[in-house]
Design a protein around this ligand. Structure first.
Ligand code: ADE
Ligand code: ZN
Length: 337
């Protein structure tokens, strides 16, 4: 049986995207030179050649190293603009962008420099690229809850520039419950919540993200499939999972795309979406993720359209905005059939 034609360029939302993970080697070198910062790689090729990872931790080591060259507001603006341009070519019509402020403030870059640089690109994304966009501030879970609370306080004056808080970095040993109070404070401040859970960590971490952090979505969540009661709960409550297939293979959560459990998730009626996570490091942007996983798992056209519609429904857009984007997907499909 031949695979169904892929619908990789369907209009879609990207809901799991670390802006620092879109930092392509060419841009790393350009900004390093501009800021007069030495990097421990001789060339773009040598840096790209180092992108072989054994697990999440081995990736994070390189990821945090590369972002050291980001110093000024214009650097963050350029990084975000470069991503938006690529996203447009991938059929992205809406994106909710993660950023890691503590990875910058810990090296002396001011919180406002990061937010203002990113927000400048977000503000012009609709006009320049036809993409609506929002910012989600992630806390680094391997740092303390106190550090996360301090970071939340820094965000307060930025008001509506930030729509939600998230939780990322080294998962195992840093359960969501560690951040219960911080997330309560964020919710009280009017922010929405999401969290990485069940990427390398056990299903219990997904339960904690739901119960302690009141998340609207679970980032990754692939290990949820090990717990039948959790699968039932996620399906019944239509809790979205932001799945990142190429990331999961690159970080060895699955040995290859054919072993990925995305199809099983859809079969269990889960509200799965497909995303790129850190596309500069993992070998593909969101359309590549969709195309490759659809081929590997033999996803039907209907399943691919469902993934795109899920991404819009799982977003933090208004009902009216969602309706408009869902109609855009239907029109895209009609034009193809
Ligand atoms: N930070 C950037 N990418 C990440 C991932 N896949 N998991 C956890 N933290 C991250
Ligand atoms: Zn991630």
């Amino acid at each position: 049986m031949t695979a169904a034609p892929t619908f990789a360029c369907l209009p879609k939302a990207e809901l799991h995207l670390h802006i620092e993970g879109t930092f392509e080697p060419e841009l790393i070198f350009k900004i390093a030179q501009r800021n007069n910062i030495a990097i421990p790689f001789e060339s773009v090729e040598a840096l790209r050649g180092a992108y072989q990872f054994e697990d999440l931790q081995s990736f994070l080591y390189l990821y945090y190293q590369a972002m050291n060259v980001l110093q000024k507001e214009e650097d963050f603006y350029e990084l975000c603009s470069a991503y938006l341009q690529r996203a447009q070519a991938n059929g992205v019509v809406h994106v909710e962008i993660f950023f890691d402020p503590q990875a910058h403030t810990s090296r002396g870059v001011h919180f406002d420099t990061v937010v203002n640089g990113l927000y400048k690109a977000v503000k012009e994304s609709k006009e320049k690229y036809g993409i609506t966009s929002k910012l989600i501030m992630c806390f680094l879970r391997d740092l303390s809850a106190e550090s996360a609370m301090d970071t939340l306080k820094l965000a307060e004056k930025h008001g509506e520039k930030i729509i939600a808080v998230g939780l990322d970095s080294a998962e195992v040993g840093n359960p969501p419950s560690k951040f219960k109070k911080v997330f309560e404070a964020a919710l009280a401040q009017g922010l929405l919540t999401v969290a990485h859970a069940g990427e390398e960590g056990p299903p219990d971490y997904v339960w904690e993200a739901l119960n302690d952090l009141k998340v609207s979505r679970v980032d990754h969540g692939v290990r949820s499939m090990e717990d039948p009661a959790l699968v039932t709960h996620l399906a019944e409550h239509r809790i979205p999972l932001t799945v990142c297939p190429l990331s999961n293979v690159k970080l060895r959560v699955f040995p290859d795309l054919k072993s990925h459990n995305l199809k099983h998730m859809l079969d269990c009626d889960l509200m799965a979406t497909v995303n790129s996570d850190d596309p500069a490091y993992f070998g593909g942007y969101v359309a590549d993720n969709l195309e490759q996983v659809a081929q590997a798992l033999n996803l039907s056209r209907d399943e691919q359209v469902r993934l795109a519609k899920n991404s819009i429904e799982a977003s933090f857009l208004s009902h009216a905005e969602k309706a408009a984007y869902l109609a855009q997907i239907d029109n895209f499909c009609k034009a193809l059939s």
